[in-house]
Structures are given as structure tokens and as C-alpha cells.
Ligand binder design. Structure first.
Ligand code: CP
Length: 339
């Protein structure tokens, strides 16, 4: 594989890539899915190492990146803060500049995950990735930070295209709806979904109870994306109304807009969220749609975010999307790191 025009590029949010670049990754992911385990793919990163730095736990992201590295002929090395000696606000140690410059000499790329409970204020996690990108000579891949989750967004789009049987999502309605839940989720997956799907022309209804506003900068960008595409954008504070006419229901819990105000208190967030018991995606609500697909990035909080009937029902595509994480990450790694 010759170097692509994406060679060396970071992926911190899908909005940093043009629609053409996103389609390049999505098309390659589809091809790689069709020809899985091809010997040709194993040569793309043969003998190289992808460094994966996890501040937070993961099932899908770690396993799919490891599998992606294996299938591209590379090795994925798992790193945690305790395995390094990094400078933090509370302890002396190595700076990000030094870590990024040294890691660039070993790896073909660096993935980083840092979520809400490992930062002091909203945006700090994303800022850490931007700092890695500033100093690293190899691509920085966001494996989920407090603002964005680009690989999840790409896997979502790949799943929707697969199930609609068309790469054109224009005119389809996405209901991005808050769900009550016991996990106090970060905003990264929902913000990435809103950003990428609005660029592909979907009508967007964003539904949540008062007090659960997302990042206003992101929401303004989504509004602008919809306007540019001639698509509808609306915000409703109703647990049911948005289901009408929805082609896709993405029901997911996220933390409130004041979650970081006095330090992140997960228990307080969970207790507050569980009070909104009407905000669950169930069959009765799904019946108001014209047979919508159910989508979720997982891990799913069954019985709180969504009922078992919907999560395991015939219109749920969450396992396909989880599988797609592997294919889109292989494509992103091949395009940004393959020589
Ligand atoms: N969707 C997702 O990123 O899953 P993990 O947290 O298990 O990696």
C-alpha cells in the first residue's frame, strides 16, 4: 500500500477531517471488512508497534485496536498511567512533550483514552490529546476523550450505511436522546454522533431533560452543519415527542451540564439521572417510529437506558456497530500510518 494523503494525520475529532477524508476511511473499512484476514492487509503495518495509552478502562476500544493491529501485521502495546511516570497537577514526572517525542521514536502511532473522572475540568482530556499531537511525530488517535470519540462516530456511520443499504444518509432523521442510567456517561460519543451525522446530511432531533445541555460550541456546530446541508435541527425537552418520524434512535445517558462544577461527583450524577425514569427507550416509544434502527455505542445500561426488548430486538444494530470499530480503526491506521 502506497502512502495515502492521510499519512501522518491525527484523528482527534471527525470534524478535523474533510467529508472526503472520512469517506476514504469508511470505504476502506468496508473493503477491509469484506476481505478480512487478507494477507495483503497483514503487510500494511508489518513489524510495527501501535502504542495504546489508557487512563480509563475499555472493552471494545482496547480489544478492537489490538485486533486491528494484529490484522495489519503490527503489535499493539497497552499502557496505563501507572506504567509511566508522567507529570501531573499533583506529582512531578515526565512532561507530555518528552513522552510524546520519545514514544514517536518507538511507535507508528499513539492512541489515547482519557475520560471524565481522570480530569479536573471539561475539555482537559481533549486538551491533553491536542498536546500529544503538538509534540508527536506520529499520528495521535483519540480512543475517547471527554469531548469526542471519532472512531465510534465512524463506526456508527458505517453501521447506518450498512443497514440502510446506501451511503446516502441525507434526509434520514436521527433522534439523539438522553436516557436515564447508572453510569454517568461522558459526552464524547453523543457529541461525535451529532457532529458526524449532521455532516452527512441527517435531520437531527436532540432530546434531553432540562439541565442536560451538551457543549454549546459543539451544538452550535451541529446546528450550522444541518443548515449547510439543508437539514432540520431541533432540541426538545420531551421523552417521547422526538420518536415520531425517527429513522434512527440513539438513546444514551450523559452527565449533566453542571457535572464538573464542584469536581466530578459520579454518585451525585447517577442519583440525579435515575430520577428521570420516563427517559428509557422502550418498545412503546419505538412503535411511534417508522421502524427505526436502535443504535448505541455500548456498554449499554440495560433496564435504564433501554429495555432488553429493544437492545436485543431485530432493529438493534449495536453489535454491528461494535464490530465496525475494528474495521474503521484498521482503515484509519492503514491510511494514517501505513507506508
Ligand atoms: N464504545 C466504547 O468505546 O466502548 P469501550 O468503552 O468498551 O471501549
Amino acid at each position: 500500500m502506497a502512502k495515502s494523503k492521510l499519512y501522518g494525520k491525527d484523528l482527534i475529532c471527525t470534524r478535523d477531517w474533510s467529508v472526503e477524508e472520512l469517506n476514504m476511511a469508511l470505504d476502506l473499512a468496508v473493503e477491509m471488512k469484506k476481505k478480512r484476514f487478507s494477507k495483503d492487509h497483514r503487510k500494511i503495518l508489518e513489524g510495527r508497534t501501535f502504542l495504546m495509552f489508557f487512563y480509563n478502562p475499555s472493552v471494545r476500544t482496547r480489544q478492537s485496536f489490538e485486533a486491528a493491529a494484529t490484522e495489519l501485521g503490527a503489535h499493539a502495546q497497552f499502557l496505563e498511567p501507572k506504567s509511566m511516570r508522567l507529570k501531573t497537577s499533583k506529582s512531578a514526572g515526565e512532561t507530555i512533550e518528552d513522552a510524546a517525542r520519545v514514544m514517536s521514536r518507538y511507535g507508528c502511532g499513539i492512541g489515547v483514552r482519557i475520560l471524565e473522572d481522570k480530569i479536573d475540568a471539561y475539555g482537559d482530556g481533549d486538551a491533553l490529546l491536542v498536546e500529544y499531537a503538538k509534540y508527536a511525530d506520529v499520528p495521535i488517535i483519540n480512543m475517547a476523550d471527554d469531548r469526542f470519540h471519532p472512531c465510534q462516530g465512524l463506526a456508527d456511520v458505517m453501521g447506518l450505511r450498512q443497514h440502510f443499504g446506501s451511503s446516502d444518509l441525507k434526509g434520514k432523521k436521527l433522534l439523539q436522546i438522553w436516557s436515564h442510567g447508572a453510569l454517568a456517561r461522558s459526552w464524547c460519543s453523543v457529541q461525535e454522533s451529532l457532529l458526524i451525522n449532521s455532516r452527512f446530511g441527517m435531520d437531527v432531533t436532540l432530546a434531553y431533560p432540562e439541565g442536560y445541555d451538551l457543549d454549546p460550541e459543539v451544538v452550535n456546530q451541529v446546528r450550522a452543519n444541518c443548515a449547510k446541508e439543508g437539514a432540520r435541527f431541533e432540541i426538545v425537552h420531551d421523552a417521547v415527542a422526538g420518536y415520531e418520524g425517527a429513522d434512527v434512535v440513539y438513546a444514551r445517558n450523559w452527565m449533566s451540564s453542571v457535572a464538573y462544577d464542584n469536581g466530578f461527583d459520579k454518585q451525585a450524577e447517577v442519583e440525579k439521572a435515575l430520577g428521570f425514569s420516563k427517559w428509557i427507550c422502550d418498545e412503546e416509544k419505538m412503535e411511534q417510529t417508522p421502524n427505526a434502527l436502535f443504535i448505541h455505542p455500548m456498554p449499554v445500561d440495560r433496564g435504564n437506558e433501554v429495555t432488553d426488548e429493544v437492545a436485543s430486538g431485530p432493529r438493534s444494530i449495536m453489535y454491528d456497530v461494535a464490530e465496525n470499530r475494528l474495521h474503521v480503526q484498521k482503515a484509519v491506521m492503514a491510511l494514517t500510518m501505513g507506508e
